[in-house]
Write a protein that binds this ligand. Structure first.
Ligand SMILES: CCCCC/C=C/CC(=O)SCCNC(=O)CCNC(=O)[C@H](O)C(C)(C)COP(=O)(O)OP(=O)(O)OC[C@H]1O[C@@H](n2cnc3c(N)ncnc32)[C@H](O)[C@@H]1OP(=O)(O)O
Length: 398
């Protein structure tokens, strides 16, 4: 995991402009170029720009990859003007994403780019300043991308990246595994619940997970991804207490497939379930190649896993993936009642019951997980997958 994270963070120096290049930019040569090439005088705006560059280095939270791209592009535009370099080759993901971000700024003036850069960094710094509630507030979670709470024997995991529709980053996979482990070991916990912040339950794997890799590091990225995914799905297969999904909105990809490993799944009638694996040049995971045909039959499983059919909450319920659907307005209340009921059941009896059921197919599930991760490792290195992910990000930066 550490190496996976390091790979992810390698993205940041390349994109942050002020972060990785700060040594260069602070050198006299570069500073001289900046002052004379960029503009005629080192005025008040330039001082603000310099201050913003410094502020970028002091951010506690690493901005996500898209924001880093914006920072990079504005920095280049502010210091060099409009992009006039050739478009990097298809396999230079990093170079291409940077190029797209920079050239996407068109011919906005260096002055305007400087202003936008300053506003962006100041906005990020402002978001980090603690609010009054946070200062005086409740215990902060040790996690960054999920939020966990424990109340009345219920351990709740909130997928907490609403601005990104709760897409799962490398870090978030790891945090979910850690949280499930905490819930497993805490004797006062009798049930765990997973839900999403904002309007989405989860948009699946964060496609940025594949964006930050130099081409020569791709095989290692794929190996690390395979191992992380294997560990992630294993945590669901072997979770010994009742696990309840509270699907508060649309769910995509891996967040849909692992629902087959939950003990109950409640969905709002606004939820949809989509596994667009083949559109992304990828393949099924989360044991869905084993569980989905068992739940809904081959024909319906193939429609989802191979042909990318997005199903409604009611269809997912008919297919056995969802336990019960509630109207959106009463969803929270209805799910709370279900969870409270499970929480007060005799915990050992429930655990033994779950073990009996799971043991019937535990080995098959582990085998399916291993096989799916092996196939996915190959998929991530395929041209089909590379092209699909490029297409997603090209649309964003078009
Ligand atoms: C260890 C590795 C294991 C890997 C396991 C493999 C898993 C396979 C999968 O999970 S496949 C599924 C992958 N997910 C997707 O393909 C979904 C991609 N996202 C979308 O299609 C759309 O964003 C949407 C339909 C989820 C929502 O569309 P909408 O128009 O309502 O909102 P935006 O597109 O504007 O999204 C808001 C911002 O969130 C970013 N975002 C959303 N989902 C993802 C994602 N999966 N990865 C990365 N980023 C995502 C989106 O880019 C917007 O960001 P921006 O505000 O900075 O532009």
């Amino acid at each position: 995991m550490a190496s996976a994270l390091r790979q992810c963070l390698r993205f940041s120096p390349a994109f942050a402009g002020g972060l990785s290049t700060r040594c260069l930019l602070n050198s006299r040569v570069r500073r001289t170029q900046f002052v004379h090439v960029g503009r005629t005088a080192f005025g008040a705006r330039d001082a603000e720009f310099e201050a913003a560059k410094e502020r970028l280095n002091t951010l506690q939270e690493e901005p996500d990859n898209n924001v880093k791209l914006q920072i990079y592009a504005l920095f280049k535009q502010a210091t060099k003007g409009a992009c006039n370099t050739p478009k990097p080759g298809a396999f230079d993901f990093v170079g291409r994403a940077k190029w797209q971000a920079w050239s996407g700024l068109g011919d906005i003036s260096q002055d305007e780019a400087q202003k936008q850069y300053i506003d962006l960094i100041n906005g990020l710094a402002g978001e980090e300043a603690p609010t009054e509630t946070e200062q005086g507030g409740e215990e902060a979670s040790a996690f960054k991308e999920i939020k966990v709470t424990k109340e009345n024997k219920v351990y709740s995991i909130l997928l907490n990246r609403p601005a990104k529709k709760n897409a799962i980053t490398w870090l978030m996979y790891d945090e979910i595994v850690q949280a499930l482990d905490q819930a497993r070991m805490d004797d006062s916990v009798t049930v765990a619940v997973i839900t999403g912040a904002g309007d989405y339950y989860c948009s699946g794997n964060d496609l940025g997970n594949f964006m930050n890799i130099d081409p020569e590091d791709m095989p290692k990225m794929a190996r690390d991804g395979r191992e992380l995914l294997r560990r992630f799905v294993t945590a669901f297969i072997d979770f010994p207490k009742p696990l309840i999904g509270a699907v508060n909105g649309p769910a995509v990809g891996v967040s849909v497939t692992v629902l087959g490993l939950f003990d109950a799944v409640y969905a709002t009638d606004k939820a949809t379930f989509n596994t667009p694996f083949t559109e992304l040049g990828q393949s099924a995971e989360g044991c869905s190649s084993y569980i989905f045909p068992k739940l809904m039959g081959n024909a319906k499983a193939n429609e989802m896993l191979l042909f990318n059919r997005k199903v409604t909450a009611h269809e997912a319920c008919e297919r056995g993936l969802v336990t019960e659907v509630f109207p959106h307005d009463s969803f929270q209340k209805e799910v709370q009642a279900k969870v409270d009921y499970v929480a007060q059941l005799p915990p050992q009896s429930v655990r033994e019951g779950k073990k009996l059921v799971r043991d019937q197919e535990r080995e098959q599930l582990h085998r399916a997980n291993e096989k799916e991760c092996e196939v996915l490792e190959g998929r991530w290195l395929s041209e089909e997958c590379v092209q699909a992910i490029m297409a997603f990000f090209s649309k964003k930066f078009a």
